[in-house]
Design a protein around this ligand. Sequence first.
Ligand code: ZN
Length: 158
Amino acid sequence: MEGDAELQDLYREVLLDYFRSTRHRGRVASPDIESQGINPLCGDEVVLTVSVRGGVVEDCKIDGHGCVISQSSAAMMSEAVKGQTLEEASKLAEGFKRAMLGQSSFDDLPDVLDEARALEGVQKYPARIKCALLSWNTLLLGVRSHKEGKKEVQYQEK
Ligand code: ZN
């Protein structure tokens, strides 16, 4: 573990469970969306590959590396968007972002984001909020670009 004292305070077990899980890891064989996200502030990287059928997220996998917060958040994101329409997936991402940025309450998030509430404690560490948001921002750009006919995109936190 990266000796992250901050994590003591967070929902450590939930996050570590997602961090260690291989359920969402890897790449979709022939993705309709391939979005790479980088957070240079922490050295986090996520590569989202998504297959879309009839406007619905058929599968979403996560590749990449980085801190527990970035990678567990990505795994939660992957789990939440599967089976959602692209529009619903974007709404979930926007909702999670608003909650993370303190613009709305985590309590108001839909049930499908229950697990993502474990990231609420990250708000106490503003420098880490970008770790938590990376995969969701990467998804939003991927979906937007998909609508514009672009398959591969790259997102970078600033
Ligand atoms: Zn990070």
